[in-house]
Design a protein around this ligand. Structure first.
Ligand code: GTP
Length: 353
């Protein structure tokens, strides 16, 4: 599982924690992924870490609490997706023809992993890719196939995509293919390995599964993924509570007249004050939401303090930031960790105050 990226699109949240460790619906993205792998019968996972590597082992340990055997391989310099896969080769077990499943660590997906592996074994492909269909494929790796599912092209972020089927970030590699990736230098599977295999005539197969798929790489997608887990649109055995309209984690305090909904999650030890509204939002551990504040479609970082009457809509507030009363922030606003916004500094409606 690849968990070493910088997560630049999710700044400022990824300034304090690596993207795969950010809590969605109460536990790290990676915990949901690992639960799906375990539920599909996978027993051993190697985490390829780089950025903020230490936090993974601190949280997951040897994996026994998660029903898995976990190992870690850390890159001192990030090696990219292909380099990271090559770098874990010494930790892989099994023979040269055995299937190895590779996961990007920032995807929420309903993929039938066992079916992907079966397809790989039936076709005898060198690599089998999970493909999913999206409305606008331009920001993704577009992967056309022939009628038999053989991949014919690999077009990374193309302006004029010939199909809406994209690389969904989960692959099965024949073990020997991993050993052939160049070692000791950055390599991209998307830009170098897959196109190189196609040019050499190697059999690469696409497996379409469009059940549920979300790349949690952007703030909007991150909030959406958390909501979908809380409301049960995508199932996860790692969800730390019952499916419902909201999820409140242990030791959180929510005032009786506060309104929670839209698949919101309130983190461990967080406080939601009288008359506050939390709608479709992610409140990290220890954050404080003041009286009458309205938080919609937003992420409030760990220990951040949102003052009374503040309105947030489509906003990301970094860990430990403070937004004093009577501010109004709208879609796209990013408050950096530890920043302080004084009372009434930003408002939009002329009729207030
Ligand atoms: P952005 O900077 O926002 O694009 O995010 P990112 O750095 O995570 O990159 P991207 O989403 O393209 O990465 C896809 C997956 O590969 C994620 O799970 C990353 O954690 C992982 N990844 C990306 N680069 C590396 C790397 O150099 N080493 C390792 N071990 N994993 C990586």
């Amino acid at each position: 599982m690849l968990v070493g990226g910088q997560g630049s699109r999710l700044r400022p949240l990824t300034m304090s924690a690596p993207k795969p460790m950010l809590p969605v619906a109460g536990v790290p993205v990676t915990a949901h992924m690992l639960a799906r792998a375990r539920d599909a019968g996978i027993t051993r996972v190697v985490l390829a870490t780089s950025y903020r590597a230490e936090v993974f082992e601190d949280y997951f340990g040897d994996g026994s609490a998660h029903g898995l055997e976990l190992e870690y391989v850390t890159e001192t310099e990030p090696l990219g997706t292909g380099g990271a896969i090559r770098n874990v080769a010494p930790k892989l077990r099994g023979g040269p023809d055995d299937p190895i499943v590779i996961f990007n660590g920032d995807i929420l997906s309903g993929l039938d992993i066992a079916a992907l592996v079966r397809r790989h074994q039936q076709t005898g492909a060198a690599v089998t890719l999970h493909l999913t269909e999206v409305g606008d494929p331009r920001a993704f790796g577009v992967v056309p196939t022939d009628a038999d599912g053989r991949v014919t092209q690999f077009l990374e972020k193309t302006p004029d995509p010939p199909t809406n089927r994209i690389n969904a970030g989960c692959y099965v590699f024949r073990r020997s293919v991993i050993d052939e990736i160049p070692a000791g230098r950055p390599v991209s599977v998307e830009r170098e390995i897959f196109p190189g295999m196609l040019a050499a005539g190697t059999l690469v197969v696409g497996y379409v599964d469009s059940t549920y798929w979300l790349d949690l790489g952007t703030p909007d997608a991150f909030v959406q993924g958390s909501r979908d887990l809380v409301t049960g649109r995508i199932g996860s055995s790692a969800l730390p509570g019952p499916v419902g309209d909201w999820l409140v984690l242990p030791d959180a305090t929510v005032a009786t007249d506060a309104k929670l909904g839209g698949g919101s999650v309130v983190g461990v030890g967080a406080v939601v004050g009288d008359g506050a509204t939390i709608d479709g939002s992610v409140i990290f551990d220890g954050a404080v939401i003041g009286e009458g504040a309205v938080v919609r479609a937003s992420v409030v970082g760990a220990g951040a303090v949102i003052g009374a009457g503040v309105a947030l809509d489509g906003v990301v507030v970094g860990d430990g930031a403070r937004i004093d009363p009577d501010n109004e922030l709208r879609a796209g606003a990013r408050v950096f960790p530890g920043a302080v916004l004084g009372a009434g500094a930003i408002r939009f409606s002329s009729d207030r105050g």
